[in-house]
Design a protein around this ligand. Structure first.
Ligand code: PLP
Length: 388
């Protein structure tokens, strides 16, 4: 089976993890701060808080922005469920904004229309989670303008997007957002096995996120509410969690970061190859905005089913899977998940672009170590699958 995504681990990565195993610290040592610093340097963000997953990063991001019961979080329906679940963890309500038919990211027009209505209905969101699908940035400048106008915070869910750029700046710089989060799950651009990070330029938010990631306990006298009682003293000043990243994970992350640009360049090379190999087929290849440099976490095609009269989306997908092509579908609209359907009685038809996307989208295999031979097998299987 050719998988849709896969990590690339070299000897340096392995050595760096072994080195930690032989050191004094398996957790709470020097590697996590060094990894945070390396990610900050790469993205030019001021602060980074590394945690055990992007899901945890989303949770502490929402907590630091004071999301709670009675609050409202909006996001795109075409994302992994974690982009919305973070709001539920805080007891907030969730709502969705339809996608742009070209980029499949959140639609700024749909967002603006929904904000106008929400202002009338007095249910404006506290937070918008903007997901950079496939690694291509959302229209962040427009989203920031709306966030100032309507008074909501912006979290960039850049789980797909480390190494990508927007307006010539690295994603994660938080130029147009309050917090950006990245995932280091093995299918993502670089990996720490499990892991994530939140970047921000706001010291208060960074301090809050660090607290929430480690039990709400601090040893920083500046954050304490009363005088220290001695050198043993620490204070719990909020209810936090244990979301800490280990030293092994951070060492792997530092080592992987060295090859990040190489990984992204290889993904671009393969994506451009797909673009030309797929020309003339009854499908749409990914569209790229000129203001964006995608990290190409995913290469998603849309079938033009009107031009494929004898086959369904499902049949084409199944045909590929049966021939060892590990295609995938990113993502099932979150509002159709039973948990969300029951909680929100979401209906098909409210997000027509997301519904249509779900009927046509297929993620083709793409990862740095993918061979051009494997890529040709994917393309020829796809050509056969849609042959009429
Ligand atoms: C992978 C992913 C997450 C969750 O990342 P974890 O590190 O696995 O918690 C969240 N949002 C999106 C868009 C993702 O792709």
């Amino acid at each position: 089976m050719i998988p849709y995504g896969k990590q690339d681990i070299n000897q340096d990565d392995i050595d760096s993890v072994i080195e930690v195993l032989q050191s004094d610290f398996l957790t709470q040592g020097p590697k996590v701060p060094a990894f945070e610093e390396a990610v900050c340097k790469y993205t030019s963000a001021n602060y980074g808080v590394a945690v055990n997953s992007a899901t945890s990063a989303l949770h502490i991001a929402c907590l630091s922005l004071d999301l709670k019961e009675g609050g409202v979080l909006w996001t795109t329906p075409i994302s992994f469920v974690a982009s919305a679940n973070c709001g539920l963890y805080c007891g907030a309500d969730i709502d969705f904004v339809d996608i742009d038919p070209e980029t499949y990211n959140i639609s700024v027009t749909a967002l603006e229309d929904k904000l106008k209505q929400a202002q009338i209905d007095n249910c404006l969101p506290n937070i918008l989670v903007a997901v950079h699908l496939c690694g291509q940035s959302c229209d962040m400048e427009a989203i920031r303008r709306l966030s100032r106008e309507y008074g909501f915070y912006v979290i960039e869910d850049a789980s797909h997007a480390i190494g990508g750029e927007y307006q010539g700046k690295k994603i994660g710089s938080c130029e147009y957002s309050d917090i950006t989060i990245f995932s280091f799950h093995p299918v993502k651009i670089i990996t720490t096995a499990e892991g994530g990070i939140a970047t921000t330029n706001d010291k208060y938010l960074a301090d809050q996120m660090r607290l929430f990631s480690s039990h709400g306990v601090t040893r920083d006298p500046e954050l304490m509410t009363k005088e220290t009682e001695g050198p043993w003293y620490y204070q719990q000043i909020c209810l936090g969690y244990n979301y800490r990243m280990t030293e092994l994970q951070a060492a792997l992350g530092i080592s992987q970061l060295v090859r990040l640009d190489e990984f992204v360049a290889r993904r671009h090379y393969l994506a451009e190859k797909y673009d030309s190999l797929l020309k003339g087929m009854a499908l749409d290849t990914p569209k790229q905005n000129s203001s964006c440099y995608s990290s190409f976490h995913l290469y998603i095609i849309r079938l033009r089913l009107v031009d494929i009269p004898n086959k369904t989306h499902r049949e084409i997908f199944q045909y590929l899977r049966d021939r060892g092509i590990g295609v995938n579908l990113h993502y099932i609209p979150i509002y159709t998940q039973p948990y969300y359907e029951q909680q929100y009685s979401c209906k098909i038809g409210v997000y027509p672009e997301a519904d249509r996307y779900y009927e046509e989208a297929i993620s083709l295999p793409l990862y740095p170590k993918m061979s051009e031979e494997d890529q040709l097998s994917v393309v020829s299987a796809l050509a056969k699958a849609i042959e009429v």
